[in-house]
Design a protein around this ligand. Structure first.
Ligand code: NAD
Ligand code: TYD
Length: 351
C-alpha cells in the first residue's frame, strides 16, 4: 500500500481521490488535521475499504514507526506541511516544526523501516517529497523560468522551511541511499482549496459582497496549475522517476494576480451575475503588500515532459472555469471550513 501524509489537505485529498479513481492499491492516510485538513474532503471515501485514515503528526516518531511496521507501505508521498506564506510571516514556528522537524523525523523513521526491508523491497521503495517552486526565490520579468538546477534562494519562512526539508530529503538519498524523489510544483488551484489562498478567497469574498484584496500593485506573477494535473504528475514521478532526482512541475500559465482576479470576476459575472448589474470587479481593493513578496515564479517543466512524458491537460482558462463552478456548487464546503479560527485569521490579516 501507499502511505500518504497530509492527505486531508488541499492537494493531498485531491491526490487520494485521484489515486482511487485510477488505481486499486490501498492508501493509509496520515494527517494531523490542522486548520487546513478537512475530513469532508474525503467524505466520498467513507465506505471505501481501500482508504484507512489515521489522525496524527509526521513528527510523532513512535506513531509513524508503528504505522510503518503495521502497514508496510511500498511508498510514501509526503504532502504534510504548513503551506501558507502569510501565516509563516505572522508565525514561523509551526513551519519550522512541521516542515523541517516533521520531515526530518518522518525521514528518520522511514530510513529505519526501509533498512529492514528485503533487498528487492528496498530497491522498489520510494519516498516522494512534495515541494514547491518557492524554494527557488523570485524572478524578474526577463529571467528564465526555474529549472531543476536553479539555485535555492528562499525568501519567506514558508519557502525557507520547505527548502530545508528538500535538503534533508536529498541528504537521506546521498548519505543513506533511501530512494527519494522530490517534486517542485508551481501554484495549484482547484476543488478543496482552502479559502485563505488567493483564488478561493476571491471567489468566496466576491459572492459575499466583500472586498477582493490585492496585495501591492497586483502585478506579481504566479504560474498556475490545475490540481488534478499536479496529481497526475506525482503519480507519474512515483511510477517512473529516478531516485535522487528532482522534477519541476508547472502549468506554463504565468498570470499576474490582477489578471487572475479579473478572470475570476468575469466568470462570476457570467455564472452568477449580481442583482444590481455591476461587475464583481468593483469589489477589487488594493491593500498593503506582503513583506518580502516574491515578484515572479515560473517553472520550466521540460525535464518531466521529456523524461516522463507528463504535461498538463488543463489550460488556465479551462481549469479556472471548473474551479469557479466547483466553489459555486459547494458553498457548504466553504461555509464549513471558514469557522471561528478562520475568521480570527481574516481579521488579523486584513483588519
Ligand atoms: P494544505 O495546507 O492545504 O494541507 C496540508 C495538510 O497537511 C493538511 O491536511 C494538514 O492537516 C496536514 N498537516 C499539517 N501539519 C501536519 C503534521 N505535522 N503532520 C501531519 N499532517 C500535517 O497544503 P496543500 O496546499 O495541500 O500543500 C500540500 C503540499 O504541497 C505542501 O507540502 C506544500 O508545500 C506543497 N505545495 C503546495 C502548492 C500549492 O499551491 N498549494 C504548490 C506546490 C507545492
Ligand atoms: P497565495 O495564494 O497565498 O499563494 P503563494 O503566496 O504561495 O504564491 O498568493 C498568491 C498570490 O496572490 C501572491 O502573489 C499573493 C497574492 N495575494 C493577494 O494579492 N491577496 C490575497 O488576499 C492573497 C491571499 C494573496
Amino acid at each position: 500500500m501507499l502511505l500518504v501524509t497530509g492527505g486531508a489537505g488541499f492537494i493531498g485529498s485531491n491526490f487520494v481521490l485521484d489515486w482511487f479513481a485510477n488505481c486499486v492499491e490501498p492508501v493509509l492516510n496520515l494527517d494531523a488535521l490542522t486548520y487546513a485538513g478537512n475530513m469532508q474532503n474525503l467524505a466520498s471515501l467513507e465506505k471505501d475499504k481501500r482508504h484507512t485514515f489515521v489522525r496524527g503528526n509526521i513528527a510523532d516518531t513512535s506513531l509513524v514507526s508503528e504505522l510503518l511496521s503495521k502497514y508496510r507501505p511500498r511508498a510514501i508521498v509526503n504532502f504534510a506541511a504548513e503551506s501558507h506564506v502569510d501565516r509563516s510571516i505572522h508565525g514561523p514556528e509551526d513551519f519550522i516544526q512541521t516542515n523541517i522537524v516533521g520531515t526530518y523525523r518522518l525521514l528518520e523513521a522511514v530510513r529505519l523501516y526501509w533498512s529492514g526491508l528485503s533487498p528487492d523491497e528496498r530497491e522498489a521503495f520510494r519516498f516522494l517529497h512534495v515541494s514547491t517552486d518557492e524554494v527557488f526565490g523570485t524572478l524578474s520579468s526577463e529571467d528564465a523560468a526555474f529549472c531543476e538546477s536553479t539555485r535555492y534562494q528562499p525568501n519567506s519562512p514558508y519557502s525557507a522551511s520547505k527548502a530545508a526539508s528538500d535538503h534533508l530529503v536529498r541528504a537521506y538519498y546521498h548519505t543513506y541511499g533511501v530512494p527519494v524523489l522530490t517534486t517542485n510544483c508551481s501554484n495549484n488551484y482547484g476543488p478543496f482549496h482552502f479559502p485563505e489562498k488567493l483564488i478561493p478567497l476571491v471567489i468566496s469574498n466576491a459572492v459575499q459582497g466583500l472586498p477582493l484584496p490585492i496585495y501591492g500593485d497586483g502585478l506579481q506573477i504566479r504560474d498556475w496549475l490545475y490540481v488534478a494535473d499536479h496529481c497526475t504528475a506525482i503519480r507519474r514521478v512515483l511510477d517512473a522517476g529516478t531516485p535522487g532526482e528532482t522534477y519541476n512541475i508547472g502549468g506554463r500559465s504565468e498570470k499576474t494576480n490582477l489578471d487572475v482576479v479579473h478572470t475570476l470576476c468575469d466568470i462570476l459575472d457570467e455564472y452568477r451575475p449580481k442583482a444590481d448589474g455591476t461587475s464583481y470587479r468593483t469589489q477589487i481593493t488594493f491593500v498593503k503588500d506582503r513583506p518580502g513578496h516574491d515578484r515572479r515564479y515560473a517553472i520550466d517543466a521540460r525535464k518531466i515532459q521529456a523524461e516522463l512524458g507528463w504535461k498538463p491537460s488543463e489550460t488556465f482558462e479551462s481549469g479556472i472555469r471548473k474551479t469557479v463552478r466547483w466553489f459555486l456548487d459547494n458553498a457548504d464546503w466553504t461555509r464549513s471550513v471558514t469557522d471561528g479560527s478562520y475568521r480570527t485569521w481574516v481579521e488579523m490579516q486584513y483588519g
